[in-house]
Design a protein around this ligand. Structure first.
Ligand SMILES: [Zn+2]
Ligand SMILES: [Zn+2]
Length: 336
């Protein structure tokens, strides 16, 4: 079968012929219908993140149809439409038992980080990692929800967003556009920041109350949008030195800065400037399996729209370049 293989930083990503995976007794084999292309892929290419081994198949946002199930699998059958939770939690360790399966100590698998991902014709994963896709949701949409809306739902939970909160979404890629909609669902007032006017227009269409041009003075724009008070929450989806400083300057008293995005940059923080207005900095990583269930449910009820661009598997290198160049509006998916 075909798979998009990553051989290490600085080496070209290529579609290659690899052996088809065989499902173990507790696994399901899935015919991949679509796999979303995420900013995390670029972090691998750039060497900011390093997978546990190379070569490895990229792609951690996967949906498809079950082709075969292992002998011990119950509750999932051939023909089922499923989405895959990228971190295959053990459901036994301390974080798992506390409900934080996204921080599992001993995952059974971790797509594209430890085990082969979904930029391939087929993938084998533990049956406990799959979630049924409601019939109202197309499989390419389901694939993108595995990381965009689920990551947004998790970050909104971490931040403790309340109805009426002014919440800045700093960066409007796949996660940001989903976050605007998740915030609107939570009764908050989303303020979207981006450098690209097309993205700002899309953010407005999807529910942003205000948009702020990221090429200008972002903090001044946020203050203008909040009667001078500043934001209750800022979701930092970019993670650069420049955006970190602007995000902090946008916060109001008791405001919360939530780091979701990261880069090679470091950010300088003055404790004094945080202490006096009693502001908090927190972080949010990935998402829980239950948040994937919630995202699929939101999409099935028509509360979550994901603009999608589809590419055949062979176009993976070009699609990754499009993402890097900021040419993707919403999410790009590969369709094997
Ligand atoms: Zn992702
Ligand atoms: Zn665990």
């Amino acid at each position: 079968m075909r798979a998009v293989r990553f051989h290490g930083q600085g080496r070209p990503v290529a579609v290659e012929e690899v052996d088809e995976p065989r499902p173990g007794p507790g696994d399901v084999l899935i015919d991949v219908a679509a796999a979303g292309i995420c900013g995390t892929e670029l972090h691998f290419l750039d060497g900011l993140l390093t997978p546990a081994r190379t070569p490895i198949t990229l792609g951690h946002e996967v949906a498809g149809v079950v082709a075969e199930v292992g002998a011990e699998v119950a509750g999932v059958a051939a023909g089922d439409r499923v989405a895959v939770h990228y971190l295959h939690a053990c459901h036994r360790c301390r974080p798992c038992r506390a409900g934080n399966d996204h921080l599992c100590d001993q995952p059974l698998g971790f797509l594209a980080f430890v085990t082969d991902g979904g930029f391939a014709d087929r993938i084998a994963v533990p049956a406990s990692a799959v979630v049924p896709v409601p019939e109202e949701v197309d499989l390419p949409v389901a694939a993108t929800l595995c990381c965009s809306a689920t990551t947004a739902l998790h970050a909104v939970d971490v931040a403790g967003v309340r109805p009426g909160d002014a919440a800045v979404v700093y960066g409007t890629g796949g996660v940001g556009l989903a976050m605007v909609q998740v915030l609107r669902e939570a009764g908050a007032r989303p303020i979207a920041v981006a450098r690209n006017p097309e993205r700002l227009a899309l953010a407005r269409e999807l529910g942003a109350e205000v948009t702020v041009d990221g090429t200008g003075d972002v903090a001044a724009g946020v203050r203008a949008a909040t009667d001078g008070v500043g934001a209750d929450v800022v979701f930092e989806l970019v993670g650069s030195r420049e955006t970190g400083a602007a995000a902090l300057a946008s916060l109001g008293k008791r405001g919360t800065l939530v780091y979701v995005g990261y880069s090679f940059d470091t950010v300088e923080v003055s404790p004094l400037s945080l202490v006096v207005p009693e502001q908090r900095i927190v972080t949010s990583v990935g998402n829980r399996r239950s948040e994937l269930v919630a995202a699929l449910d939101l999409a099935a009820r028509g509360r979550l729209r994901t603009p999608i661009t589809e590419h055949p598997l062979e176009e993976a290198p070009r699609a990754l370049e499009d993402l890097r160049a900021g040419r993707v509006l919403g999410r790009a998916v590969l369709r094997p």
